[in-house]
Design a protein around this ligand. Structure first.
Ligand SMILES: Cc1cc2nc3c(=O)[nH]c(=O)nc-3n(C[C@H](O)[C@H](O)[C@H](O)COP(=O)(O)OP(=O)(O)OC[C@H]3O[C@@H](n4cnc5c(N)ncnc54)[C@H](O)[C@@H]3O)c2cc1C
Length: 385
């Protein structure tokens, strides 16, 4: 495994130490059996929490989330086990709004999520509002000293096993994006139902949620009323590069497996790695891995260095790393021949694992739009003297 990237100037000694310790833990504990994904996820959250790895998924009032550490964690976990990366990532995404904007009482949940004793979920998407987040229709109407939520969310990761959901709903301060608020909804809130469990090509807990007049106290509001869209975008700003990091982990594993295969399998009387066309594919894969790593860790470093927003960097990292990981893994499947599509083979599972990353947290074409709009806006804004 190539770890030379850890010597890049983006990192400090604490990052290299974290990477080495997590690598040892992963080698001893992963992969886990995925036969029952709910049970596997609960177990992974508990074990990741007990070992202390989830501490980095929440920020404290004095210490911000370190995006480089989150990226190293996701890259390392994804390389060993996609479900372990999922369990880790959702603890961060599900609590991101609380880390960044939560009240003192809401922050009490962080102690439990970091210990692996509570499972978090992020509930933004709806059947009619995925890419177009500002079109969400779930409402939260004021009722005395609380709110009543009605509507539906879908594609909610950890739906069905989460202990609480960070829910975005329309509170109507203004039309569109400025009339949305964020709420902390415990899973046992009356009126919250798991309407449907959803199955996808790389199974993990996923559900459609229904809110049938689910009542929340005013203290469930995260940040200010009407700020929900801004909160969601701030959370995605932190976690978007980490999706790229997970893709990078899958791609690195695919490259490692390919190098092993090309060295060990003989074709036409010699190791297949001696065929120049195979070498060409390997070179392309390595190039994609390094370029993705540069974009992912550039975005993470920029955020950790105090950039208030990293919209362009995060979008570039997510877009490039996920799209190119798909190509790297496809090459790995090809080089493995029939074994590459055999159920249970590592490259077959990578092929399934990578696909959804190009859709969630902003599909690839949405990232293209974000990058272009940011560049056009910058081009219209005269440079400061
Ligand atoms: C496995 C998985 C896990 C998920 N987990 C969560 C979760 O935990 N919480 C949550 O809130 N959501 C989650 N999602 C939802 C995810 O964020 C949405 O699926 C995603 O935003 C796309 O929305 P959509 O499915 O409604 O597709 P649509 O919005 O209908 O988009 C379909 C396609 O249209 C194209 N497109 C969209 N907009 C543009 C544009 N502006 N320009 C050009 N092309 C465009 C893109 O190719 C896109 O893929 C998850 C989804 C999946 C698949």
């Amino acid at each position: 495994m190539d770890r030379s990237f850890l010597d890049w100037p983006f990192f400090e000694a604490r990052h290299r130490d974290f990477a080495a310790r997590l690598e040892d833990w992963c080698a001893a504990n992963l992969p886990v059996d995925h036969a029952d994904v709910d049970a596997a996820c609960r177990d992974l959250v508990a074990r990741l929490g007990a070992a202390g790895w989830l501490r980095v998924t929440a920020g404290t009032s004095s210490e911000a989330l370190d995006v480089r550490t989150l990226c190293i964690a996701r890259e390392t976990l994804a390389r060993h086990d996609g479900l372990a990366d999922f369990a880790f990532a959702m603890q961060g995404l599900g609590t991101g709004a609380i880390s960044l904007f939560g009240s003192r009482d809401q922050r009490e949940w962080l102690t439990r999520t970091c210990a692996g004793k509570a499972i978090a979920a992020f509930a933004l998407s709806e059947p009619k509002a995925g890419s177009d987040v500002a079109a969400i229709e779930t409402t939260a109407r004021r009722d005395g000293d609380g709110y009543i939520l009605s509507g539906e969310k879908t594609w909610i990761s950890n739906g069905g096993i989460a202990d609480f959901y960070c829910v975005f709903a329309r509170t109507g301060e203004a039309l569109g994006a400025k009339g949305i608020s964020a709420f902390l909804m415990p899973a046992d809130t009356p009126g919250l139902a798991i309407a449907e469990r959803l199955e996808v090509i790389a199974p993990h807990p996923l559900a459609r949620l229904a809110f049938n007049d689910a009542r929340l106290p005013a203290s469930a509001l995260i940040g200010a009323a009407g700020n929900g869209f801004r909160i969601a975008m701030a959370v995605l700003d932190v976690f978007r590069p980490t999706v790229g990091a997970a893709a990078l982990g899958f791609a690195r594993r695919a490259l490692d497996e390919t190098l092993k295969r090309a060295s060990q399998r003989n074709l036409f009387g010699a190791p297949m790695g001696e065929l120049q066309l195979v070498q060409g594919h390997i070179a392309d894969m390595a190039l994609d891995v390094d370029a993705a790593a540069l974009l992912v860790y550039r975005a993470a470093w920029a955020k950790d260095s105090g950039a208030p927003r990293i919209t362009r960097e995060a979008a570039m990292a997510k877009l490039y790393a996920t799209d190119r990981a798909q190509a790297v893994i496809d090459n790995a499947v090809q080089i493995h021949g029939g074994d590459g599509v055999r159920r249970g083979h590592i490259v077959e599972s990578l092929y399934r694992e990578i696909r959804a990353l190009r859709i969630y947290e902003g599909a690839s074409d949405v990232q293209r739009v974000i990058i272009a709009r940011q560049l056009l806006r910058d081009a219209r804004t005269p440079d400061a003297p």
